[in-house]
Design a protein around this ligand. Structure first.
Ligand code: GAP
Length: 431
């Protein structure tokens, strides 16, 4: 019977330790004592994150005729953030302990007492989350700018460029993936709340009509939920939650989150927002349709966090079965698709043949080589990082040019001819 750890608080500890030990995620600037709210992705983490982004781009851009992608600058003219309302309204309520001077988000502390020392807290004041930077080569000429607090504004400021340089017509979407920065008052829960993170967003422009916008809102909300489910997230760990009036961001007329049942409670990792004409109006941008009629489109936005998705895919995939730990990641998300082993590392013939097999598949799939320890240990090491298939070259291989393919989840093995292996793996990956 498999132990399913999703409900356990110590699951976070296990994922945290596994992520560091196996090269998914490391604390940022660790050799200098770390830097609160910043994380680095290791060799396996970057693969996981890239796979999430690749699948997202495939479903949001390549599989649609009405969506194009962009990649805008992280630092923009500061006027963008004034017009967007972020300089004024992108704030969280901050309280400070009068005794130890630690700072907290007012909406996250209970009983008006300092969570660290129990001291009295100040009245909440607005704290702006935009991260300031200074751009320029001389002291006098340096200009204050901001690292983008959401990747979204880069889409709006390019709205006209995209319309003028492509053939898309309303309704259409602009997709983008990239880093965003927020000077969060409190960071925590591993990569869940950090100061530098990545977003994957779609801004979908529709005619300015409430009912049409509402229909698209429902469409995208369901499409996004189904995407997570299609990549293996368990339905019982997912739900929608609509924002109440007081919690909605300054730009949103309606907002619903997709939440995951994390060990630290139900937590948002994607927001669907009806931003109406709020942004395009503020940037003074309009759309002219084929009849020459001019109007300000409305926007339905889907805004997901790549890091939070990575964390929840990891939590969702973690299983312990007897003495083995398995990450049952969907093969499309798994960092390595295949591991190749010679049965014994000290037999020249096996090594040579295994290298040949490795070379045959290496350009087609992300493949890893392992010849350490015994075969059982190698299987366990691959299970723990989610590698769906392990290919072993044994003595039979030298006679008949077949290898064994061992399946991560069932542990069943199949013999496959070497020349059929790429197609075999391709079929498995897309089955
Ligand atoms: N453009 C809309 C927007 O940015 P948001 O709800 O503020 O909306 C969208 O952010 C997503 O970005 C969140 O659902 C979350 O996944 C991710 N995100 C936001 N703040 C984050 C943080 N401090 N650390 C990690 N991810 C964050």
């Amino acid at each position: 019977m498999a132990l399913y750890y999703n409900q356990d608080m110590d699951l976070m500890e296990k994922i945290f330790a596994l992520a560091k030990r196996r090269g998914f995620i490391y604390p940022g600037s660790e050799i200098y004592g770390g830097f609160s709210g910043f994380w680095d992705y290791g060799p396996l983490g970057v693969e996981l994150k890239n796979n999430i982004k690749k699948e997202w781009w495939k479903s949001m851009v390549y599989e649609r005729e009405d969506v194009v992608g962009i990649d805008s600058a992280i630092i923009m003219n500061p006027k963008v953030w004034e017009a967007s309302g972020h300089v004024e309204a992108f704030t969280d309520p901050l309280v400070e302990c009068k005794a130890c001077h630690h700072r907290f988000r007012a909406d996250k502390v209970e009983a008006n007492a300092c969570p660290d020392c129990g001291g009295k807290l100040t009245e909440p004041k607005k704290f702006n989350l935009l991260t300031e930077v200074y751009v320029g080569t001389t002291e006098e000429g340096k200009e204050k700018a901001y690292l983008r607090g959401e990747i979204t504004q880069g889409v709006f400021v390019n709205f006209k460029n995209v319309v003028d340089s492509t053939r898309i017509k309303i309704p259409f979407g602009i997709a983008q993936i990239g880093k965003a920065f927020r000077n969060e008052i409190t960071t925590g829960n591993f990569i869940f709340r950090s100061r530098e993170f990545e977003q994957m967003e779609l801004e979908y422009f529709v005619e300015p009509e409430g009912e049409k916008a509402e229909r698209m809102f429902e469409f995208w909300k369901n499409a996004r939920m189904n995407w997570y489910i299609s990549l293996g997230m368990s339905k019982v760990n997912l739900r929608f939650r609509e924002h109440e009036d007081v919690e909605r961001a300054h730009y949103a007329a309606k907002a619903e989150d997709i939440e995951y049942k994390a060990p630290f409670g139900w937590s948002e990792f994607e927001g669907i927002h009806n931003r109406t004409d709020y942004d395009l109006k503020n940037h003074n941008l309009k759309y002219k349709d084929e009849k020459g009629e001019e109007y300000t489109p409305w926007v339905i936005e889907t805004s997901g966090g790549v890091d939070r998705a990575a964390l929840f895919f990891l939590l969702n995939a973690y299983y312990e079965e007897k003495e083995r730990v398995i990450l049952k990641l969907d093969p499309r998300l798994a960092p390595y698709k295949v591991a190749v082993f010679p049965l014994l590392a000290n037999k020249e013939g096996l090594l040579k043949e295994a290298k040949r097999v490795f070379d045959i598949i290496k350009g087609k799939f992300n493949v890893v080589w392992d010849d350490r320890g015994n075969i059982g240990k190698r299987y366990f090491a691959q299970d723990e990082i989610g590698t769906p298939w392990c290919v072993t070259v044994d003595f039979t291989t030298l006679d008949d040019e077949t290898i064994t393919v061992r399946d991560r989840d069932s542990t069943k093995q199949e013999r496959v001819a070497i020349d059929k292996l790429p197609q075999y793996l391709e079929n498995k990956l897309h089955s």
